[in-house]
Design a protein around this ligand. Structure first.
Ligand code: ATP
Ligand code: MG
Length: 227
């Protein structure tokens, strides 16, 4: 996929009779095979930005261009389709389905695609192998550690080979050893599959891994840093 360009992005949330200005004119380019992070204090707009790029929410105004396609005017159905084909999302609290096994959680991400079922097992086993939990595939989320759950979440986000993976505070629930392992896995995916990654984080470790850091403050970009 070509570069992703975000132009003059605004997001207001209505709370009662007041408006919260969550994003106030963001301009940003996510290059092909990027490995970058958004940093900034709590409430600065990181999750809001990731959710809009990830087609989970709509901006108040502005453009989000994937190549030449502006996703902002798309209908909800088209947006969902677009997300399913192009984007993987790793949520802070993993969002695994408790009644499904590791294997089934990853399979669930494929279920909406018109794949042939037999091919699924090859894809799923390969991705579970890549994130190092193939031996745990029959376990349920309640039988896993935090780091292992995070690996399932990564496998689920990557199994469809999306061009962009968004990860909201991917290390927030992990100890430093597991955080490092997870960053190494994502780095490997980035290099081998050329998947672009955009993180949000408070964690210095994630910032050290990132090739570029964008700082947000009060919904505005307050500088950036290249590794
Ligand atoms: N659904 C919502 N309704 C109303 N206000 C919201 C909503 N979601 C976020 N906000 C507000 O928008 C601003 C940006 O929130 P956001 O969640 O994007 O921040 P963040 O940088 O991700 O913070 P954190 O580091 O705590 O996760 C905050 O002032 C927040 O209170
Ligand atoms: Mg957040």
């Amino acid at each position: 996929m070509a570069n992703i360009r975000i132009e003059n992005l605004f997001k207001d949330y209505k709370v009662g009779i007041q408006f919260v200005k969550a994003l106030q004119g963001i301009d940003l380019v996510i290059e092909e095979s990027a490995f970058m992070s958004v940093a900034g204090p709590s409430g600065s707009g990181k999750t809001t930005l990731l959710n809009i790029i990830g087609c989970l929410d709509k901006p108040t105004s502005g453009r989000v261009l994937f190549g030449d396609t502006d996703i902002v005017p798309l209908s909800d159905n088209k947006l969902t389709l677009f997300r399913n084909h192009n984007i993987g999302f790793i949520f802070q609290d993993f969002n695994l389905i408790p009644v499904l096994t590791v294997y089934e959680n990853v399979e669930f991400a494929l279920a909406i695609n018109p794949f042939i079922k037999e091919k699924h097992s090859i894809l799923i086993d390969r991705i579970l192998e890549m994130v190092g939990i193939l031996d745990l595939k029959k376990r349920f989320p309640s039988e896993l550690s935090g780091g292992q759950k995070q690996r399932v979440a990564i496998a689920r986000a990557l199994v469809k080979n999306p061009s962009l993976v968004l990860a909201d505070e991917p290390t927030a629930n992990l100890d430093s050893e597991n955080a490092k392992n997870i960053m190494e896995i994502m780095r490997k995916m980035n290099k081998e599959l050329h998947t672009s990654f955009l993180f949000s984080t408070h964690d210095k470790l994630v910032m050290d891994y990132a090739e570029k850091i964008i700082y947000l403050h009060d919904g505005k970009i307050d500088g950036s840093k290249k590794a």
